[in-house]
Design a protein around this ligand. Structure first.
Ligand SMILES: Nc1ncnc2c1ncn2[C@@H]1O[C@H](COP(=O)(O)OP(=O)(O)OP(=O)(O)O)[C@@H](O)[C@H]1O
Length: 605
């Protein structure tokens, strides 16, 4: 109930604005136009459908009058017309259902794909503000609500008023007095529909928001199983989930009540119009003002005139529900992308000279600078290690070099070309990155290795695995390289995952290598073996390393000591160790009586 209470404060003003409607149709227009054939056909079917409605009303009137006058020849002729009308109606219904499916699902399919592509291309600063649970709910919940806006939903916005107007014109032909009477219910139907539509939209907006929160919570639960169990958070999480579910149930009930009242109101308006027309019409028949056939035509059409008005209001209700869903998608689609095209494998430009961080100033949030006028040059082929306390900016340098974030000023250059001037495909294919936290995709070990680049041969894969000291482990598994490793590689140890990640980087064969704590999950023996592989891998490349362990950096060509985004020391291990400064401080905090090879730089750990 907490969610509902907080939500009650929501201002109703935004729901009255037409700006969001315009934004929504602006977003949907290209998708609708792409499938214009289906929409044009639906429109033509609509015209046929309206003609059929009028024709049936005429048919009933004619049939009744022919029966009253015992005109059997006319009855026979009408029978054929009736069969023809029914056959046309069945065919158009089938076509309508089929085309409606195309018009709705094709738009949803395209929107789905574009949304996915958009998320893949969002820059790092937007991605870090997104929650995967919320993103999932865009695909699993919100996108399905566009039904209310596209397809028949859209056609009905034209269809309903046209049916009402056409029926009304026909009604006037039968009896203008009766027609004026039936007009009295029109304002009631329209005002009622508009009010309920607004209430429904407010409620729907809350439902979408809550479904998104539920998805977030589920995502956190499934990713945080270990923490939940070790901190005995099960009851806490369950209670929170229970409360959200209860809130969702209450909101759905409210939605059902609103809809129920709304449809009941619509029925009442329709029934009133029907009854009043019937009673007054019967009075007209007894006075010979109209025939029985004309009365039957009239009451058939009166429903056709009033129902679209309540239907239009009903359409307005689903439209509001759809609008509240789609505005969440639009907010995401409005965010600028990193590039227009999806990065993919591209031939790697070789690094001929150097990497430069030239006078860069960068902040994640636009307020606190991580780097200010930062300079650093890394000549080709060097191994440069970065050390420094937590939060010094080491990972940020890697993020910037890979183009995950853009600097506010200054430039990062590879061979004197700014990374902003080369495509993301070229940039990222020039870099092999072994991250601090290894991410493996669900699937087999082979799948995870082969994605390093296209065209990897079996022999290359095995050689890379050998170099990363993981081949023996893999071949000892019952299915070898074809072993399924579970979601995110849960069936492997941290060290095994990290060695697969190293093998993947070896296979990528890029001129620049980024190792972010690449050996942190390895025991000292395995680390020794992998270090050998990494040394081989680094030979013809320019390598940037972030490491906690001295063993990984003591042979680096340069060690860059960072503190709060500034270079405070630079040099080789044997020089820095004797210098007074942060590096020797970090070194002093090593645990005594351990070999330096296995020791972490404690401040950074
Ligand atoms: N996505 C982000 N959004 C906002 N701020 C961030 C983000 N990532 C890092 N920061 C901030 O930027 C600063 C530098 O972080 P960075 O991760 O580069 O440090 P680091 O030296 O790699 O630290 P560690 O050794 O702990 O990984 C920190 O103050 C951190 O809080």
């Amino acid at each position: 109930m907490r969610f509902i209470r907080a939500a009650k404060k929501i201002d109703l003003k935004p729901y009255m604005s037409t700006k969001e409607m315009k934004r929504t149709y602006h977003l949907l227009k290209p998708y609708i136009l792409k499938h214009k054939k289906a929409y044009i056909s639906l429109f033509l079917l609509m015209v046929i459908d309206i003609s059929l409605i009028l024709a049936f009303a005429w048919f009933i009137g004619q049939l009744t009058d022919a029966a009253v006058h015992r005109d059997f020849d006319r009855l026979k002729g009408l029978l054929f017309i009736g069969v023809g009308l029914t056959a046309t109606s069945i065919t158009t219904n089938f076509m309508d259902t089929y085309l409606e499916t195309i018009a709705v699902n094709a738009v949803k399919k395209d929107l789905n794909l574009d949304l996915y592509q958009h998320i893949l291309l969002l820059p790092g600063n937007h991605v870090s503000n997104l929650h995967s649970g919320e993103l999932l709910s865009h695909f699993t919940n919100e996108i399905h609500n566009v039904d209310g806006i596209v397809g028949r939903g859209l056609i009905n916005l034209i269809r309903y008023p046209v049916i009402s107007i056409a029926s009304f014109i026909y009604l006037v032909q039968i009896s203008w007095k009766l027609s004026l009477l039936s007009l009295l219910v029109v304002p009631v139907a329209i005002i009622g529909g508009a009010v309920f539509g607004l209430l429904l939209r407010n409620n729907s907006r809350l439902i979408h928001k809550l479904i998104s929160s539920i998805n977030k919570s589920l995502n956190d639960t499934f990713h945080g199983f270990v923490v939940i169990r070790s901190f005995t958070l099960e009851k806490l999480f369950f209670t929170k989930y229970d409360r959200m579910n209860q809130d969702l149930y209450s909101l759905e009930l409210k939605d059902a009540k609103l809809r129920g009242w709304f449809y009941a109101g619509g029925e009442a308006v329709g029934a009133t119009a029907y009854l009043v027309s019937f009673i007054v019409g019967a009075y007209f028949v007894s006075g010979n003002v109209i025939t029985i056939g004309a009365l039957l035509s009239f009451i058939t059409l009166v429903g056709r005139m009033v129902n679209p008005l309540t239907g239009l209001a009903g359409q307005w209700a689903s439209y509001q529900r759809a609008l509240s869903a789609i505005e969440r998608i639009i907010n995401l689609l409005d965010k600028p992308r990193d590039s227009k095209e999806l990065p993919s494998f591209a031939p790697t430009p070789l690094l001929h000279n150097r990497i430069q961080f030239h006078d860069i100033t960068f902040s994640y949030d636009g307020q606190k600078n991580v780097f200010e006028h930062f300079h650093l040059q890394i000549p080709k082929g060097q191994v440069v290690a970065f050390v420094g306390p937590s939060g010094a900016g080491k990972s940020t340098l890697f993020n910037l070099l890979q183009g995950f974030y853009r600097c506010q000023s200054g430039s990062i250059r590879i061979d004197d070309t700014s990374v902003e001037d080369i495509t993301l495909s070229e940039l990222r294919n020039s870099i092999a990155y072994v991250p601090q936290e290894t991410f493996l995709f669900s699937g087999t070990i082979r799948d995870n290795l082969m994605l390093a680049r296209p065209g990897i041969s079996e022999a290359e894969m095995i050689n890379a695995s050998r170099s990363a000291n993981i081949h023996e482990f893999i071949t000892a598994l019952p299915k070898g390289y074809d072993t399924e490793i579970g979601e995110r590689g849960v069936k492997l140890s941290g060290g095994q995952r990290q060695r697969i990640s190293i093998a993947r980087a070896i296979l990528k064969d890029a001129p620049i290598l980024l190792l972010d704590e690449a050996t942190s999950a390895l025991d000292s023996e395995t680390e020794f073996l992998v270090k050998d592989a990494l040394d081989q891998l680094m030979k013809n490349r320019t390598t940037l390393i972030i490491a906690h362990r001295i063993s990984t950096i003591q042979h680096a060509d340069v060690i860059v000591v960072l503190d709060q985004g500034k270079i405070v020391q630079m040099g080789k291990h044997h020089e820095l160790i004797h210098e007074k400064g942060l590096y020797s401080e970090l070194n002093k905090t090593r645990v005594p009586n351990q070999s330096s090879a296995a020791n972490p730089l404690a401040v950074n750990a």
